[in-house]
Design a protein around this ligand. Structure first.
Ligand code: PML
Ligand code: MG
Ligand code: MG
Ligand code: MG
Length: 258
């Protein structure tokens, strides 16, 4: 096989100016591409941002860079879907899953206050499970998990096997959750979308897997949430380096099915 170079391709788009100038976040995206596929990768991210339900961007940046590090392969987290009738039911389930994964209740309550304090966050916030305090210093920007992907053909094979919708959104969220939760410092993750038309979110952890919850916010609400609950005794700088820099590809074969 040809020894190929791989590139990390990233996009961010905003409205009323760039993010750093107070613009509203519209869309972001991450891909890993071969050189020959770069044109498709850039077009894919361009299209994603131009057609986003959060609005039409007036600022966009797409960049690519060669990946020097070896790419690690990860199996997708085991996935389950929890149907709930209301946002209240969804939120109660999320709290109980977070507790099951090892986050103390008090710290979950504090983390929910943090979500309200940073309504325009575009990345993730890192919360120390031992006291519920935020431990990254990224303010409104948050931490952006990067350098990750899943070949669409392989994702579709996985989705067909488990009868999960073959949605790009699920693919992207599961890639991120798989990367984040494969690090020993991550205890659990809580996420719901900032897309006003999408109400399904999830709690993910090593033991629970990727637990989708069909109703975690009201339809029409543009406020998203992404919290990584972290063992605060870990080296946080190297943890953030892992999230931002270590390249991973999710890959699944039928013999991996459990
Ligand atoms: C997002 O849209 O940014 C996050 C979506 C999370 C849930 C995806 C799913 O499993 O349906
Ligand atoms: Mg989004
Ligand atoms: Mg639009
Ligand atoms: Mg560093």
């Amino acid at each position: 096989m040809r020894n190929e170079n791989f590139f990390s391709v990233r996009m961010r788009a905003s409205k009323d100016g760039a993010h750093e100038n107070g613009g509203k976040h519209i869309s972001g995206g991450e891909l890993i591409s071969t050189y020959d596929n770069l044109k498709n990768a850039v077009n894919f991210l361009l299209e994603k941002a131009l057609t986003h339900t959060r609005g039409n961007p007036d600022f966009m940046q797409i960049q690519f860079e060669l990946i020097e590090e070896t790419i690690t392969k990860l199996l997708p987290l085991h996935t389950a879907t929890n149907e709930v009738e209301s946002v209240q039911e969804g939120q109660i389930l999320a709290v109980s899953l977070l507790m099951k994964s090892g986050v103390p209740k008090k710290s979950i309550e504090r983390a929910f206050q943090l979500i309200d304090e940073y309504p325009n966050l575009r990345g993730a916030i890192l919360v120390n499970i031992w006291n519920g305090e935020r431990i990254d210093d990224r303010h409104e920007k948050g931490v952006r998990v990067s350098r990750m992907d899943w070949l669409t053909t392989n994702f579709e094979k996985w989705a067909n096997y488990f009868t999960i919708p073959r949605s790009q959104r699920i693919k992207e969220a599961l890639v991120l959750a798989t990367k984040v939760n494969s690090h020993p410092a991550t205890i659990s993750e809580l996420c719901w979308s900032d897309d006003p038309e999408y109400t399904t979110g999830y709690v993910a952890s090593k033991n629970l897997g990727y637990q989708r919850i069909t109703n975690l916010k009201e339809y029409g609400d543009e406020h998203g949430c992404r919290i990584f609950f972290v063992d605060g005794r870990s080296d946080i700088d190297s943890y953030i380096d892992y999230l931002e820099k270590l390249p991973i590809i999710v890959q699944w074969e039928e013999e991996n099915a459990t």
